[in-house]
Structure formats: structure tokens, C-alpha cells
Design a protein around this ligand. Structure first.
Ligand code: NAD
Length: 368
């Protein structure tokens, strides 16, 4: 069984890559400093080395212990605004951290490495899906570090024969995304709606993005790991379809209402069963007759069972419009034709289905 080391594996995208690799039969180990990732994002039994990728000696030690044949590098400082305020902090993790991982990978004889890059920050404003040949012109230190990262990959591929791929993601969304960051609008809106707070749309909301579901992104990582080429390749990972924030918010609201209704039905059924009431037919009439006392509080595990169910019956708070965020791109779209042609990757989850899965996941969790 081939061994794979995944940095940032306790984070949002990384944890889905961990799952995909386990399913494909890899032996997986994770490096993560848990600065935003969570141990509970990892399936039981996956070894986690709580190490900062910018600590060279500790990174080297992990490589010596794990002796991986493959690497996926997801660990990063992901806030563009922080990179603007603290470019040296950003470069410490996003450039130096990557270099320590690359050096250790070469010393350990790693065969292939996949790196998380970003289409949006490399291409800037594009109104037609941009191909990989579109000139890269990052404006933030975060984007500059991603471009530098890709160039270092090319150097390591040339100089040491390390087979490398940079995957330029679109806007990734799905279960386990952190709703407290500045990005991840799907997670942020869901968290606010579930807390009974209005989602805030920046500016006029006419900001077009290419939303790609996290399981599709994990599958792209797996295909890139197993590619046959020598040297370096860059691939866009997106859908080529644009959705603005106003449309996204409407889709999410619908997906969440549906998820809460389903949960409500499920909870009613369970209450009826617990109270010995026949579930067939209208078990809600038992509630209305007062035979069953409904409990709308979250349960011991923090699941928003009855509380959320009740919210599902009410109007979810309407979105409000706030000030535009300076520097936000108007449009970002990716052409993923190259990865389709060369690796056979195509997005399998539509935005509608992805939002439904994500809403259902968030609706059953209590968020801090
Ligand atoms: N989410 C997106 O839409 C998107 C888009 C383009 C690119 N990316 C890239 O994808 C990767 C994963 O992003 P994500 O959205 O899952 O974010 P995330 O914050 O959930 O994941 C990053 C992980 O890296 C870990 N980490 C951070 N600094 C570290 C350090 N110094 N040492 C070790 N571990 C560290 C965090 O604890 C976290 O688990 C990042 O490289 C990000 O730049 C994400």
C-alpha cells in the first residue's frame, strides 16, 4: 500500500483528500498545526503530526518517520487580507513552508507532489473561463506566494525529477468549510442563516465566481497524484460556470429550507416512535393534540434537531446588503478543459446538489 503524506489534512479541503486517498487504498499520514484545521475532521486512525510546515527540522523528522512515496501540500495561510497586512507572515508559511516540504520530499525520495494553487488569485478578473495559459498577474502577497510556489515546483521537477502538479482551484465549497474565515461564502451564509442572522451581501452582490464542490476537488488531487507525466503540470479545477452572490444566496436559502424540513420530518418521526405513536399517517396531529411535548433545544451533541426544525418552518432571515469589499474581483471563471482531456477529470456534482449536501451537513451541526 503506497504511503501518502498530506499537509493541511485536518483542514476543509485536506480532510476530503484524506478520505479520498483512504478510499483509494493509500496509507495516509497528516501534517497540520491545527491553526484552522480540526482533529475531528480526520477519520479515526489517521496519524496526525501536529507540526508547523515552516519548522524545517520538524518537517524533516516527520518525513523520516513516515517515509511517504507521495505528497499533497494543502497547508497554507489562506486569508488574502492577512497576506496584505502581514506579507512576511504569509511568505513564511506559504513560501518557506512549501520549500521545507519540497526539500524534505526530495531528500526522502518522494515520487510525486500535488500543490494547492488558486485560479482566482493568479488570473484576476476574467469574464470568460480562463485557461492555464492565461497570464498570471497576482496582486496580493497570497497570490504572489501561490505563483512563487508553482515556480518552485517547476524548479524541483527540473532539478530533482520530482513529479509535480499545481491544481488551480476555483471557489471550493462543501461540508467542513470554516465559516469564520473571510472566504467561504457558502459556509459563512449557512452559519448566519442557522443562527437566525441575515447573510450580508457585499456591494451589489454581482460578483461572479466558479463554485466547485469539495469532493470533486479531492478527486482531482487523486488523479493528479496518479498521473503518468514527468516534470511539472498546472491544471485548473473549476466548472467554467459563473454564479453571482445574489443567485448563490437564493440557492442556498432554498437548499437550507429543504434540509431543515427534512430534518423536521425525521425528528417528528423519531418523537412519535419514542412516544409509541403510530408513525404512519399524520404523526404531527399527536403533537398538536398535546400528547407529545416537543423539545426545540439542541441535543447533548449540539445537533440542531428540533431548534433547526422550527427554524425550517419559519422564514429564514432575508439577506441584507453591506458595503463593497475593496479589491474584490468582479468575475473569476476557470476553463478546466486541460484536466478533462489529460486526466479525465470533470466536475460531477452540480451546484444545486452541492448546496443541498452542504446545507444538510451544516444543519445538523452546531457552530461556534
Ligand atoms: N477554499 C478555497 O476555495 C481555496 C481556493 C483556492 C486555493 N485554496 C487552497 O487550498 C488549500 C486548503 O485550503 P482550505 O480552504 O481547505 O483551508 P483550511 O484553512 O481549512 O486548510 C488549511 C489547513 O492548513 C493548516 N495549516 C495552516 N498553517 C499551517 C502551518 N504553518 N503548518 C501546518 N499546517 C498549517 C490549517 O490548520 C488547516 O488545517 C490552501 O492551500 C488554500 O490556499 C483554497
Amino acid at each position: 500500500m503506497a504511503k501518502i503524506l498530506i499537509t493541511g489534512g485536518a483542514g476543509f479541503i485536506g480532510s476530503h483528500i484524506v478520505e479520498a486517498c483512504l478510499k483509494a487504498g493509500y496509507e495516509v499520514a497528516v501534517v497540520d498545526d491545527l491553526s484552522s484545521g480540526k482533529r475531528e475532521n480526520l477519520p479515526p486512525g489517521v496519524p496526525l503530526y501536529q507540526v508547523d510546515v515552516a519548522a524545517a527540522a520538524a518537517v524533516q523528522q516527520v518525513f523520516e518517520l513516515v517515509r511517504p512515496e507521495h505528497m499533497v501540500h494543502q497547508a497554507a495561510q489562506i486569508a488574502v487580507s492577512r497576506s496584505v497586512r502581514e506579507p512576511a507572515f504569509d511568505a513564511r508559511i506559504n513560501v518557506l513552508g512549501l520549500l521545507y516540504v519540497l526539500e524534505a520530499a526530495v531528500r526522502q525520495g518522494v515520487r510525486s507532489l500535488v500543490f494547492a494553487s488558486s485560479g482566482g488569485v493568479l488570473y484576476g478578473d476574467v469574464w470568460q473561463p480562463a485557461g492555464e495559459e492565461h497570464p498570471a498577474a497576482p496582486v496580493s502577497p497570497y497570490g504572489i506566494a501561490k505563483l512563487a510556489g508553482e515556480m518552485y515546483l517547476q524548479f524541483f521537477a527540473r532539478e530533482y525529477g520530482l513529479r509535480c502538479a499545481a491544481l488551480r482551484y476555483g471557489n471550493v465549497y462543501g461540508p467542513r468549510q470554516d465559516p469564520h474565515g473571510e472566504a467561504g461564502v457558502v459556509a459563512i451564509f449557512l452559519q448566519r442563516l442557522l443562527a437566525g442572522e441575515a447573510p450580508v451581501i457585499n456591494g451589489d452582490g454581482k460578483y461572479i465566481r466558479d463554485y466547485v464542490y469539495v469532493a470533486d476537488v479531492a478527486r482531482a488531487n487523486l488523479l493528479a497524484l496518479e498521473g503518468e507525466w514527468q516534470g511539472f503540470r498546472a491544471y485548473n479545477v473549476g466548472t467554467g460556470l459563473g454564479t453571482d452572490v445574489n443567485e448563490l444566496e437564493r440557492g442556498l436559502r432554498q437548499a437550507l429550507a429543504e434540509a431543515l424540513r427534512e430534518q423536521n420530518d425525521q425528528d417528528d418521526k423519531m418523537s412519535c416512535e419514542a412516544a409509541g405513536v403510530m408513525v404512519e399517517g399524520d404523526c404531527c396531529s399527536a403533537d398538536r393534540d398535546g400528547e407529545i411535548e416537543p423539545d426545540f433545544s439542541p441535543d447533548q451533541n449540539g445537533r440542531r434537531t428540533r431548534g433547526a426544525a422550527r427554524a425550517g418552518e419559519m422564514e429564514l432571515p432575508a439577506a441584507v446588503y453591506g458595503p463593497a469589499r475593496p479589491g474584490d474581483l468582479r468575475s473569476s471563471l476557470l476553463d478546466a478543459g486541460k484536466i478533462a482531456q489529460e486526466l479525465g477529470w470533470r466536475p460531477q456534482v452540480t451546484l444545486e446538489d452541492g448546496l443541498r449536501h452542504t446545507a444538510a451537513w451544516f444543519a445538523t451541526r452546531e457552530h461556534i
